[in-house]
Design a protein around this ligand. Structure first.
Ligand code: FAD
Ligand code: DHB
Length: 422
């Protein structure tokens, strides 16, 4: 039996802003795909489906401003850029995004360039913030009037092991029920979708790293045109950027650290201490406009499908940020899921949906391996059972020395950094 095609008439777009329609009492809505979460996974999936005439309803627990206020990833793989083009949201990305053909590894105070374009036959990455990707997708959704609910409370998924799954939630005290053919769980690591799957149906894998990243965003010119990943005996540091006047920097910190303990001055002097002398001298400092600490973890939940419920992005897996794979993995999941749903609605074939979990997980594990490897190579693990203390540091130095001298090693690094094909 093919999925029933039920449409919302007229399209609902309820939003926190006053110029949008107000919901009536106790709403019952039919849609083809209910998408939980308006992060990059949920919004991109909604856009790819809408362009094929498949109606998706997005249900997000936070406000649009809250979603846009989260400073996260900054580096897009070429495949992710291609997907954003397909979704019709790449104009600003092409105007304002910064193509990068390489990055620097800083080892023992000396910088070595990894020439991405050279080792991957011309591939590159694009620096464009997750916030901007989300904003472009949100603006498109709003302009097109595609149905979305923000500020949804008590979101719950039901009956996803049946042909008629449902989502219930309330907005400003009004109860809503969305009946769908499929539910896409795009609600991040702490979301409700994975948590609703019976524990015996899930296998999870997890590694928590014994340090965090302290990140600062500042309206200052970036220290370098290209990213610098630094392995230093004081700990890892990363110099990244969002635009020619917006810098994003990170230093490895203790999990016990609190953001309030880190003054801007303390951050800048720690960052400077972990860079090579020319970069340290060139660093322009200024007031932080965002400062936060993120813990690092590797996590994978298998499988990624339960009946009519499909998990995508951080709802199914987390990688440590070193190498910027989190957002890009969310994009490849969404590619496979949109293809599966398009095949289902267009040709009546369930093949793509049946293969969804396996296809995603093959790529997820490869990106998890790369992120784990790059994290292990770049951070100080002194008091951790994960490394061999001082010996671990010397082994890292040896591997880094090998990496920057071996064409084979640089090719492997570059191939993974620009993103494996999907
Ligand atoms: P999310 O972006 O988490 O979106 C999920 C959405 O679902 C959210 O809007 C949330 O509010 C909503 N939601 C949650 N629960 C519910 C519910 N019950 N009902 C309805 N909606 C719900 N990646 C990198 O590549 N580089 C980085 O530098 C980087 N930094 C990061 C820093 C932090 C602090 C975090 C948390 C992640 C970072 N990541 C980074 C990872 C990257 O941001 C994620 O991989 C990416 O956001 C995944 O997108 P997503 O849409 O799957 O999940
Ligand atoms: C950024 C984050 C990363 O984890 C990374 O590897 C590169 C860039 C960033 O936030 O800009």
């Amino acid at each position: 039996m093919g999925p029933e095609v039920l449409r919302c008439e007229p399209p609902h777009f309820w939003h926190h802003e006053a110029n949008h329609k107000q919901p009536r009492q106790d709403m019952k809505i039919n849609t083809q795909v209910a998408i939980i979460g308006a992060g990059p996974s949920g919004l991109l999936l909604g856009a790819l489906l809408a362009r094929e005439g498949i109606e998706a309803t997005v249900i997000e627990q936070r406000s649009p401003d809250y979603v846009l206020g989260r400073i996260r990833a900054g580096v897009l793989e070429q495949g992710t850029v291609g997907l954003l083009e397909r979704a019709g949201v790449a104009d600003r990305l092409h105007r304002e995004g910064l193509p990068h053909d390489g990055f620097d590894l800083c080892v023992d105070g000396v910088r070595h360039r990894i020439d991405l374009a050279r080792w991957t036959r011309g591939k590159r990455v694009t620096v464009y913030g997750q916030t901007e990707v989300t904003r472009d997708l949100m603006d498109q959704r709003q302009a097109q009037g595609w149905p979305s609910f923000y500020d949804a409370q008590e979101v719950a998924v039901h009956d996803f092991d049946s042909a008629r799954p449902r989502v219930t939630f309330s907005v400003q005290g009004v109860q809503h029920e969305v009946q769908a053919d499929y539910i896409a769980g795009c609600d991040g690591y702490h979301g409700v979708c994975r948590a609703s799957v019976p524990a015996q149906a899930l296998t999870t894998y997890e590694r928590v790293y014994p340090f965090g990243w302290l990140g600062v965003l500042s309206r200052t010119p970036p220290v370098s045109d290209e990213l610098i990943y630094s392995n230093h005996e004081r700990g890892f540091a990363l110099c990244s950027l969002r635009s020619p006047m917006l810098s994003r920097y990170y230093v490895q910190c203790s999990l016990q650290d609190k953001v309030e303990q880190w003054s801007d001055d303390a951050f800048w002097s720690e960052l400077r201490a972990r860079l090579d002398a020319p970069a340290a001298a060139a660093l322009v400092t200024g007031p932080s406009i965002e400062k936060s600490i993120a813990p690092l973890r590797s996590f994978v939940a298998e499988p990624m499908r339960f009946g009519q419920l499909f998990l995508a992005g951080d709802a199914a897996h987390i990688v440590p940020p070193t190498g910027a794979k989190g957002l890009n993995l969310a994009a490849s999941d969404v590619h496979y899921l949109s293809q599966g749903l398009i095949e289902r609605y267009r040709e009546g074939s369930p093949a793509g949906l049946d293969q969804y979990s396996d296809r995603c997980l093959r790529r997820v594990w490869k990106a998890s391996r790369f992120s784990w490897w790059f994290t292990s190579l770049m951070h100080r693990f002194e008091q951790s059972e994960l490394s061999g203390g001082p010996m671990g540091y010397r082994l890292q130095q040896a591997e880094l020395e090998y990496l920057v001298q071996s064409e084979a090693a640089m090719t492997a690094m570059a191939e993974n950094y620009v993103g494996l094909p999907f």
